[in-house]
Design a binder for this molecule. Sequence first.
Ligand code: ZN
Length: 398
Amino acid sequence: MNPPRLLGLRRTFGFGDRLGLATPGHLAAVRGSSFLPVLAQQSIREMGRTGRTPHDVLRSAADAVAATGYEGPWGTDADHLQTPADVAAVAAAGFRAFTLDPSAYVHDDAHALPPERAKPAAETAARYLGTRVELGDGVTLAFDDATVLGRIERKFGEALQHTAKLAEAVRAACGEDAFELELSIDETATPTTPLEHLFVGLELRRLDVEVHAVAPRFCGSFEKGVDYRGDLDELAAQYRSHVAIARHCGPYKLSIHSGSDKLSAYPLIGRLSGDHLHVKTAGTSYLEALRTVCRVDPALFTRIVALSRARFPTDRATYSISARPDAVPAQPDPAEAEAWYLDRDDGRQILHVTYGSVLASELAQPLRATLERHADLHAELLERHLRHHLAMLDRDFG
Ligand SMILES: [Zn+2]
């Protein structure tokens, strides 16, 4: 028996597994890296779309750990919990690592508030105005402008209250058991500035919400299933500040959401984070499952592509992506299908965001059967792809 554990501030990598069949490949990939694996990682939204329960997600990871004989530590992550009911459902299934997502209460338009409407509350002004925080490495952040502070309070104030409420739900559900909390504020329209992050970190402490990780929204774009788009020098500069804030307010880890395929940004993230880092991926493993199908059952792959293209205009709505269906042939030559749909950005995103429709369709059963029949190839493709992710994160580390 090797039950899941709490992994604290260790370097961890989240291997989301929407099909519940990817753990053998994930465990093979993580071997020899600086990371410990978080295997049962799924959001409430993903569970809804894949028709899985929190219990299914935990059990398929635990069963695969037992089957492979893996003896190292591994973690879990009940991801993007938005309500006390979400918390209760995953805690009842046995999750003890929770990602709290108060994004519905973030006011993304606060930066545009005119000064007369951006006054901070009196107690907030008394608490923070004039505060300077030395973060080391020559970085100093200061709350020296009432309007800026008021906008930050407007953006995150209600979200922090909601976070405290979710944390209370976790405490109530876990009773005597130890647990871990991550705060995710990555799903917002605007990047989290270092000063905003500092405010959030200080408020978490004041509200007595102890977190082991925070996921800010970083600059540039972290679109699903494709590499980082943006200025790497700017990302490095901002990232350095975020690391210093995480050390000052916690220490806690920075958590990188939508981590799938952000390969060009990985060396700087892996290096600047030092020993404390968490990265989450999910969709990229689904795409390796489809790569397996593409190689062994081209006819089934063609049907999956057709369904994904039909569903794309609807399914893309909840994602910020830039895929253009017109840029990819609807029925590519079988010899070129893998290149079009699994190696190039447009095709990858079309398949990436439509997983829920595919897994809710009559194609789900043959997809699973094919992966079970070709478990070795599936594991081999996952290992190769995720090993590359981990190698880039470790490239300039240590
Ligand atoms: Zn996220």
